[in-house]
Ligand binder design. Sequence first.
Ligand code: F0G
Length: 451
Amino acid sequence: MDDNLHQLRCFGCGTRVPRGEAKPDFRCALCGDLFEVEYPGWSQRGGNDRPNAGALKWLWRERRCSSEALDRSGVWRFREMLPILNSFGNAVTLQEGNTPLYHLPRISKALGIDQIFAKHQGMNPTGSFKDTGMTTAMSIAKERGFEWVACASTGNTSAAMAAYAARAGLRALVLIPDGKIAWGKLSQAMDYGAVTCQVKTDFDGCLKLLIQVVKEAHIYLLNSVNPFRLEGQKTPAFEIAEAFDWNVPDHLIVPGGNLANSSALGKGFREMKELGLVARVPRISVVQAEGANPLVRSFKNSKGAEMEPVEAHTRATAIRIGNPASWRKAARIIQDTGGWCLDVTEAEIAIAKAEIGAEGLGCEPASAVTLAGLKKLQTQGAIQSGETVVLLLTGHTLKDADYTIEFHRGTLLKDEEKAGREKEIDGLRRNAQAVEAIPSAVLATLKDTAG
Ligand code: F0G
């Protein structure tokens, strides 16, 4: 592979390494920070390696009608932006990406912002945004001849990794925090055949443990510290821009957990701007759960310069992370794009999730922080009524059915969590009812609802 096409650059000290030389934990040998993939040829205007914006837009649209396996992937459809493999024949794909962008009419009306959309990454093959990054990084693992891949996970990464490993014919090792992930996700890792270890620690402990493991054994690490994951995760930015006819939205709002996805999307927009595909980059804001908010604290205490880990608690288990690996990257993208970093309460998350459900979409709790965050930003005057907003919904509603059922039964939130919002919550609850097997009993339930 030509290093002019791609190389790794340390996010902290700028050191460049030819792609094969990164250590197994993907930390810079000099400063310990994480890497980004960069494409030196793109900055040489007129150079052979710099893609042509007009030609790309045409080509990517044409591929939507193609029946070639790679063209049918919403990640590899943009492969000119992903020159990371020796051969695209090594790509491991489950036809990920090409996810829907939905307008949210009720939410738009309620907030007085006409143009609110949801980019639903839960509509990927394993039900979360992780698939877009897993297809790229798993392809690298396969091309480099690894037999084993591994991740620590709050559930979605492990589901995606297990599925892609199965497709690639590789073995998968999953470390998950015991008792702290949603059953839907755990069942996926089992179904796709991963070796799944429930470890008596939290996500941060699992990741720490796994880093030690990959230093001792020849196992390819597929957490989002792996920069090739982020290459795939940048592609929804291309889809969003394409959907708006290459006029980017004003705001993109993303949930924050291990804090890689926000910067991946930012990278996608930045690269499009560099190549002349779009004129500007949206403001990217990151929303965390109040009980798992180390980046929010970092912005409050040091304007994003330092981060103290926290002990994380939230029922949005996907983002129950207290020591996020990619926090520096996320801080940078928020600052560079003029976005915000904020947190939302458990009640705000539950209400927002029910409202997204009422739009006929649904999502998992971690995704709903985006709407809860938007409401807060609007109240603070940070988002204007004429602006276009895209919420990134990261996971499918069926990932965590227990959460949804508990909300509608009224057992999810403690009294102190819902204090002052009981009416709003009750208005959204739709508990299932026990009904006798006679028509009049069924019809009576309609009257009750109407009343
Ligand atoms: N939303 C969902 C549904 C997630 O699963 C995650 C992360 C995030 C948001 C946060 O993304 O980490 O890039 O800031 N889940 C990881 C996992 C940690 O193991 O599945 P991030």
